[in-house]
Design a protein around this ligand. Structure first.
Ligand code: FMN
Length: 247
């Protein structure tokens, strides 16, 4: 007597349909939770005043917050390796990125007044030429504000701390006090400083997840850093954060 087929007729068709649906669901879920971020924009030479869109940040990784906290250390020695544009975008987003439709950001802000401004001196980044750039959180864009490699001048302004010159990039957190003191009076000055701390810690943890090294630099000549970056008059530099691949 011939063996009965395992499935036949309508049962077989149903099985195939269910299998296809399963594979499709797995593929969609994988795509949604992918550790691979959105495609990186390629950029050529950028003019002063020009803005470029940044690649979307990822919101999943293999590093837990607990792990990043346990591993975080100030790192002052870097290799010569360049960073990718995606690394830069991810670090900027971690510091001040928009995370809610109403404009909420990765770091808290007193009265949601957002007095921090974020600059980056680009040295060695794939697909991005040297210069000073400003991050615009609302559109997740970078605007070139000054041409040329500013790292050596920044290091000189930071009491010749080598890590500032050696890093692939230097993030600079600046604050516009008036945005906060207008509402909170002198206490607003403290609030701006506290906010810089929140943003800086975000960068530390993000650097950890990207296997990069960073350190907060508070020892620098304020007016010299402002001059090197070409900051607007009301903007005061608060922290420099060199970032590079660990040496
Ligand atoms: C307000 C502040 C200013 C700092 N300024 C500098 C600095 O100018 N240069 C530097 O190398 N490290 C600076 N640091 C980093 C500290 O030296 C570092 O956090 C400390 O040695 C503890 O090491 P850890 O961060 O690895 O835990 C500063 C840290 C803070 C909080």
């Amino acid at each position: 007597m011939p063996a009965r087929p395992f499935v036949s007729g309508i049962g077989g068709v149903l099985l195939v349909v269910v299998a296809i649906a399963l594979v499709f669901t797995v593929l969609v879920l994988h795509e949604m939770n992918s550790l691979e971020p959105a495609a990186v924009e390629t950029t050529g030479r950028i003019e002063v005043g020009e803005r470029i869109p940044l690649p979307s940040p990822r919101t999943v990784s293999e590093t837990s917050v607990e792990n990043a906290l346990a591993q975080r250390r100030s790192v002052r020695v870097y290799s010569d390796a360049s960073l990718s544009l995606l690394d830069v975008a991810q670090l900027l987003w971690a510091a001040q990125g928009i995370t809610a439709p109403g404009g909420g950001r990765t770091a808290p802000s007193a009265g949601a007044l957002y007095p921090l401004e974020l600059y980056v001196a680009i040295g060695a980044v794939d697909e991005l030429d040297t210069g000073v750039y400003r991050y615009w959180p609302e559109k997740h864009e970078l605007e070139k504000v000054k041409a040329g490699d500013a790292r050596a001048a920044l290091a000189a302004a930071a009491l010749n701390q080598d890590c500032v010159e050696d890093a692939a990039i230097d993030l600079v957190l600046a604050g516009v006090y008036e945005r906060t003191t207008e509402r909170y009076g002198d206490r607003g000055i403290q609030y701006v400083h506290l906010e810089a701390g929140h943003a800086a810690q975000n960068v530390y943890l993000q650097a950890e997840a990207l296997e990069l090294g960073t350190v907060v630099i508070g020892a620098f000549d304020e007016s010299e850093v402002a001059r090197v970056l070409g900051l607007e008059e009301q903007s005061t530099p608060l922290y420099i954060m060199p970032v590079g691949r660990r040496g």
